[in-house]
Design a protein around this ligand. Structure first.
Ligand SMILES: *Cc1c(COP(=O)(O)O)cnc(C)c1O
Length: 390
């Protein structure tokens, strides 16, 4: 078993000799910052997704923020999103000066509830940020038609959703802009990094300029053969572009994504096989032709009233048995900042709150062996058996 001090880690990056060689090659090349590898990675990712434009950035958080700025979001505007997400999704809204407006989630998909979304649109609403929780795509047909009808833009947080698809189309081609994460735990990693994809040339150009100080040309164009030292500052931009060390890692990871996804799928299938039919568990929605799942997370729910222990105790038991688990997510409205600033109570978003109290994310990464996965599922069943109310 791939344990560390007897514990199977919740997550590990899947890096091999090819990644290491690629990084060494870049280090020896003398070009570390944004340059040829970043361009190559953008082109390869763009092609893989089937989007018109891809802009490599230093995180998904940056990608979301720059996209909002490029969409003209600022003070007085409202942006709709889910509380069942990571801190970054809502923080970037506040950073633009706009106000995040939360919409509760749908109990089955754990994604934003589109019926409720509609009721929260006001004349101040500018953008919707759907989050594809765990890699399970939101219904982009409904979200896009609502956005079109009400004159809103859609920016999807696809931190979990590479590679995911909706009705056969890749996530990354369905919204006005999409931000992906290549953080260390995500399906594809560059250590730290992200990518924005869009089919809108104007947005693409704005995001690219914003990512690099608002300069008219990047350093590669200034310092490479035939380049010119001249540039113009078009507006005060930010410093959020990717670097060639990360991009060289990303290029190798992108080449390996099918192989890595196939391992993830085997683990997911094993979890379903071994955990299906247990009355104390609610298993995640399965993928189908409409919903192409990226399986970033395998999040089970403890069915209320079926176990004598709480979720917290269940996670402790898993840890004691040598299995690292996690909880995705503590809903944003339950954190001190959002609670105090907006006066939220736990029950302000009752579905997110209820789901939060029952969720456990099991280890799921391509570095795990099937034996590891079998051990995880067996441990879940042993704990379930021990504490089941008979
Ligand atoms: C990881 C994550 C992010 C942030 O990604 P970074 O690349 O670390 O900035 C944003 N949203 C969600 C839902 C995430 O899980």
């Amino acid at each position: 078993m791939s344990t560390q001090n007897g514990l199977l880690p919740f997550s590990l990056p899947d890096l091999g000799d090819k990644e290491i060689e690629a990084v060494i090659h870049t280090l020896k090349s003398g070009w570390l910052s944004i340059g040829p590898k970043t361009k190559q990675f953008e082109e390869a990712f763009r092609t893989r997704i089937g989007a018109e434009f891809a802009i490599a950035v230093n995180s998904c958080t940056s990608g979301l923020f720059l996209s909002l700025v490029a969409m003209g979001v600022g003070v007085g505007d409202e942006v709709l999103t889910t509380p069942f997400t990571f801190a970054a999704t809502a923080a970037v809204i506040l950073h633009t000066g706009a106000t995040p407006v939360f919409v509760d989630i749908d109990e089955k998909s754990l994604n934003i509830n589109v019926d409720e979304l509609e009721t929260k649109i006001t004349e101040r609403t500018k953008v919707i940020i759907p989050v594809h929780f765990a890699g399970y795509p939101c219904d982009m047909d409904r979200i896009n038609s609502l956005a079109k009808e009400r004159g809103l833009r859609v920016l999807d947080d696809a931190a979990h959703a590479f590679p995911a698809s909706f009705k056969g189309k890749m996530i990354g081609t369905l919204a006005d802009a999409t931000a992906f994460s290549f953080y260390a735990t995500k399906n594809l990693t560059t250590g730290e990094g992200g990518m924005v994809t869009t089919n809108d040339p104007e947005l693409a150009q704005k995001i690219r300029l914003l990512s690099l100080h608002g300069l008219s040309r990047d350093a590669w164009k200034r310092y490479s053969a035939g380049g010119s030292w001249y540039y113009e500052v078009l507006f005060p931009g930010y410093k959020c572009h990717m670097n060639d060390i990360s991009a060289s890692l990303g290029l190798v990871q992108l080449n390996r994504i099918d192989e890595m996804m196939s391992r993830r799928m085997s683990i997911v299938n094993l979890y379903f096989e071994m955990l299906r039919g247990l009355d104390y568990l609610i298993l995640p929605e399965e993928a189908n032709e409409r919903y192409g799942h990226a399986w970033h997370l395998f999040t089970i729910r403890l069915r209320p009233g079926r176990l004598r222990i709480s979720r917290d105790e269940f996670v402790d038991e898993m840890n004691r048995a040598g299995v690292g688990c996690s909880v995705h997510f503590i809903p944003l409205h339950m954190h001190p900042f959002y609670r105090d600033r907006f006066g939220f109570r736990p029950e302000s978003f009752p579905v997110a709150e209820r789901v939060f109290r029952s969720i456990v994310s099991l280890p799921l990464y391509s570095k795990m062996s099937l034996d590891d996965a079998r051990h995880v599922a067996t441990t879940v069943r042993e704990i379930g058996d021990r504490y089941r109310i008979r």
